[in-house]
Design a binder for this molecule. Structure first.
Ligand SMILES: [Fe+2]
Ligand SMILES: [Fe+2]
Length: 190
């Protein structure tokens, strides 16, 4: 499927607002890829499809995860919003015919991150947060940092997420902590 065909299919699966967000994430991911010497085409597709499973209801998320034999941890079962990452990767493969592992893993981990995130994973995670439609406090600093220092921006974004989840009394996915800690550990090794 090319970009146009993907957008047409997504129109059937996502609310217009979510689709517009996905298109902005695509543009933002492409820009970050250009700046940080990543594959722009892969960044664009991953950005466009990152939320392809976001239109499913809570029960559909569980049902479809079972169909794809995705093992759901107890935190994802409790905070079902997290499931659209791993499920989205399977949907991107099954429905959109994407078989590139870099793209699939950027979609899979865009919700809670992972240890030692790779370039495309970092780009999609950040593009999702800093696309022009986002308005949270500190977003402009994060945007500026992402242009210069992808790892630094990712660390800041993960720190923000962890603080926010704690403030709300929510559960922190272990992947998010591992993503954060691995950046700091890798810096110390340099
Ligand atoms: Fe998402
Ligand atoms: Fe998103």
């Amino acid at each position: 499927m090319d970009e146009r065909q993907i957008i047409n299919k997504l129109t059937e699966m996502l609310e217009p607002k979510r689709l517009r967000h996905s298109i902005r994430v695509m543009e933002c991911a492409k820009r970050l890829a250009r700046l940080h010497n990543a594959d722009e085409d892969k960044a664009a597709i991953a950005g466009l499809l990152h939320d392809c499973a976001k239109g499913f209801s809570g029960s559909e998320l569980i049902l479809r995860s079972k169909e794809y034999e995705i093992e759901l941890d107890e935190i994802s079962l409790c905070q079902r919003g997290l499931i659209h990452g791993p499920l989205g990767a399977r949907v991107a493969n099954d429905i959109f015919g994407i078989d590139d592992l870099d793209i699939l893993s950027a979609i899979e981990y865009h919700t809670y991150g992972k240890r030692d995130m790779k370039l495309l994973e970092m780009i999609v995670y950040l593009a999702d947060l800093i696309e022009p439609g986002r308005t949270f406090e500190g977003v402009d600093e994060l945007r500026a940092l992402a242009l210069e220092d992808l790892q630094g921006a990712l660390l800041k974004a993960l720190d923000n997420t962890i603080k926010l989840v704690i403030a709300r009394g929510g559960l922190i996915h272990p992947n998010t902590l591992e993503a954060r800690n691995s950046i700091i550990l890798n810096k110390k090794k340099l």
